[in-house]
Design a protein. Structure first.
Length: 115
């Protein structure tokens, strides 16, 4: 089992920045992928960004150039630096952890972009 705890959400004005963190604990394999998803009100959950244990990253087009995913393998942490935030970035952001033993989700953290 793997437990995930997200933090760092909050209220920010358009153009502002936030940094989300996700801490993983439990039975963690060295080979895994960590990702961020988000779900806006009335919409389906969508993939935002992912990073492998080797450091390969990928992003949904709508956040490229604005968001940066990173990780600290020694601490089993993944981060999402979000810059130039837009109203449409408002959502609950979820951390996802994938390894050979299964797929795990965090409880989510709310990000609200509003003036």
């Amino acid at each position: 089992q793997v437990q995930l705890v997200e933090s760092g959400g909050g209220l920010v004005q358009p153009g502002g920045s936030l940094r989300l963190s996700c801490a993983a604990s439990g039975s963690i394999f060295s080979s895994n992928t960590m990702a961020w998803y988000r779900q806006a009100p009335g919409k389906q959950r969508e993939w935002v960004a992912s990073i492998t244990s080797g450091g390969l990253t990928d992003y949904v087009n709508s956040v490229k150039g604005r968001f940066t995913i990173s990780r600290d393998n020694a601490k089993n942490m993944v981060y999402l630096q979000m810059n130039s935030l837009r109203l449409e970035d408002t959502a609950v952001y979820y951390c996802k952890f994938v390894q050979p033993s299964g797929t795990y989700w965090g409880q989510g953290t709310q990000v609200t972009v509003s003036s």
